[in-house]
Design a binder for this molecule. Sequence first.
Ligand code: PLP
Length: 394
Amino acid sequence: MTSDRFDGLFEHLLRDAQRHRLRRSMRVFEHVAPGRVVLDGREILNFCSNDYLGLSLHPSVLTRACAHVRRHGAGATASRLVCGTGPACAAIESRIARAKGTQAALLFSSGWQANAAILPALSRALGGDAQVYVDRLAHASLHQGCRAAGIRQIRFRHNDLDHLEALLRARAGRPGRRVIVTESVFSMDGDRCDVAALAGLAERYGAFLYLDEAHATGVLGPDGMGLSSLAGGRVDLAMGTFSKAMGSFGAYVAGSRALCDYLINACSGFVHTTALPPAVLGAIDAALDLVPGMRAEREALADKADALRGALRSMGLDTGDSDTQIVPVLVGDERRALALSGALEARGVLAAAIRPPTVPRGTSRLRIALSAAHTRADVETLTGALSDALEAVA
Ligand code: PLP
């Protein structure tokens, strides 16, 4: 039993969120097939998941996950530095380092945990006076990492490298090392940063370049292993997740041997947590086997996303600068985003309404995430349902 003595505080804040139409709640989804879920007993098309390649239900991934459980058990039983480092951890880290062209790689429990934990460790290494430049639309976990480190971020306009350079130049004479933090593919906008240009800037200003590849991993770049290679070895730290296109869970950091060794020693979110469980390691291992050979799926995914953007734009909708499998429909007002999402759901299509604080105020949207498992007919169903939903909501 627990006490409810403080519930008045929580309820007050919840009422406040409700008043601003920002209260969130959860529902139960059963993932019956890639691109499809059962919700309230009804199977509907799912355009919300990050399972971009449909690997979460791929037979080889499931088989390898089960085999690892049978062989190694349900849990890792300890943190990595105690006795949680099994053969699969080391093997996957070597595979990631090879795939990313780095000296080393490290597994983390999740992408959120990696970002939230690495930035404080990095900040200790780079010094308290480090100037940390962060894209304004960077993921919450990156902002969380900065907050946890006590960093006062210098935010640059989204993907605006001229603005970033102006900020760097303006502080050129000040003490402190420089760090640039950004994403290769932005989770809510589906646009990409110019990795090569960023790396050039980082080099010119002697800045450490931190690149989050959560939504590029599996989908973009050579063998689908992200965009950091476009910088020709000039990204200092590339992190990515196994929770999206790779179909399971967990995250990686790829970088120099010294950087990874430092994190092994100084990053609390790596040191003081139990290692990933065998089932997850098995799933990651299988995904790493599959992803390089999924070029046709990646190309089909990109073609579908192009076709979807074309259809949405011809309906007069704003898809921003999206040029990946993530296609936002920018609607602005959160009520309208919620209403559209509800109207789509009534028509058998799931597309989440994304509202502040996940996105800036006034930029609420539907976030459509395509999967290799969606057929052209699925995409046509989506656009047809959206056309009806727009009429219904108007
Ligand atoms: N980084 C970005 C850009 C993300 O979009 C996400 C997840 O939404 C994360 C990190 C966190 O990854 P995970 O879901 O593995 O915790």
